[in-house]
Design a protein around this ligand. Structure first.
Ligand code: COA
Length: 191
């Protein structure tokens, strides 16, 4: 599947999703390593230079739709939709190329609980299914990360996997993980 050119920035009711820049990533780094933010992340504390490098590299990667989320100009969140191959037999036309998306979101703890993650994830699911024509999108989290899976449930995503002790937490040891998924037709029927 060929990835179409996607135009940025995109706006939602209250937020603006922009491609990352050095300046916006510096703003993100002010809160990104806050323990309230890192508690349930897999990539906990990030090293600033490699964080900047990875996020800036996404700008030229057609499969990595990574954005900095701005509220009244301030960088309050980061979110991404990564496109990858689905599962499929390596035979015939191989329609599984680039048909799945993986969704992620992280916000400054100072703006938590205001519906921002749901608003941004909605925009990224629109991107996935309307602009990119993906088949399905998934997102994963620690089972204890209630705020994260509440966002997925509010989006209409289905809990497709409950992995028993499949996720390592540096303080708490082996914990359960959830994977949620949603299909293009399910998303369209909700819009
Ligand atoms: C998870 C995260 C993205 C949610 O962002 P947010 O903007 O607060 O999300 P929303 O406001 O859209 O929705 C959060 C929902 O979780 C609920 N919630 C939040 N904390 C909760 C808790 N401890 N227990 C139960 N529900 C909780 C909120 O009430 C809300 O649900 P509701 O609308 O039904 O009331 C944000 O908390 C965050 O960035 N956390 C740190 C990084 C992280 O964990 N990212 C996800 C990795 S998988």
């Amino acid at each position: 599947m060929t990835t179409p050119d996607i135009a940025w920035p995109r706006t939602t009711a209250r937020l603006e999703l922009r491609l990352p820049t050095e300046a916006s990533l510096d703003e993100v780094l002010v809160w990104r390593n806050d323990p309230a933010v890192t508690r349930w992340l897999i990539r906990t504390v990030v090293e600033p230079e490699s964080f900047r490098k990875t996020w800036l590299a996404s700008v030229d990667d057609p499969n990595d739709h990574a954005v900095v989320v701005h509220l009244d100009g301030a960088a309050v969140g980061i979110a991404s939709l990564e496109v990858r191959d689905g599962v499929g037999q390596r035979e015939g036309s191989e329609p599984w190329h680039g048909v799945e998306g993986s969704l992620g979101y992280t916000f400054d703890a100072a703006v938590a609980g205001r519906g921002f993650a749901t608003e941004v994830a909605t925009a990224l699911l629109d991107l996935a299914f309307t602009d990119l024509g993906l088949l399905r999108v998934t997102a994963a989290c620690f089972a204890d990360n209630t705020a994260s899976w509440r966002v997925m449930e509010k989006l209409g995503m289905r809990r497709e996997q409950h992995g028993l002790r499949d996720s390592w937490h540096a303080e708490l040891g082996w914990l359960d993980g959830y994977t949620y998924g949603i299909l293009a037709e399910e998303w369209r029927s909700r819009r």
